[in-house]
Design a protein around this ligand. Sequence first.
Ligand code: HEC
Length: 155
Amino acid sequence: MSALLALSASIVSAHALAQSVQYASGKGIFDTKCAVCHQAGGKGQDGLAPPLTQLPGRYAGDAAGRRQLGLTVLNGMFGAITIKDKTYNFKMPSFASASDEELASVLNYVVFDLNAKHDKAKPFTAAEIKTLRAAPMDGAQVRENRAALIKSLGL
Ligand code: HEC
């Protein structure tokens, strides 16, 4: 009986955690535009779209990493990538049609709500996205840029 009580208490606290979202509007955008590929909570889909629960948090504390996150949502990304021995090779579309505010807010949801570690990162601002929007690149370049970043951060 006490085991059952302990179990139900942990279910209740997991539920409370799931509801305490810092970036609710970012979550709304994520659930509408991103979850179809990355799945709810950013857990990813094998062979299709990578999980977003570890690397974005690591990128966000670094200037080049922040730039990479912004470039990915603005321009999309194309070409195979490998995360933890799993390869993903599908096309991430560009979300340049979303506003700077929306993109900052969805990145904040990904970094701060979906990643346990975020290396003391500051929240994304619309101004940060606006600067990156001024210099579009193609999805293959975004992937090359990612490869260089992964190397320089030692990830
Ligand atoms: C049509 C499917 C699809 C949708 C929709 C999509 N993505 Fe992606 N995303 C991908 C794929 C595929 C990749 C990996 C691209 C590659 O293999 O080059 C990716 C990569 C990423 C990465 C880079 C991860 C890393 O480790 O560098 C981020 C960040 C990301 N997506 C965020 C988002 C966000 C935020 C949204 C919604 C605004 C979104 N994605 C919508 C398919 C999608």
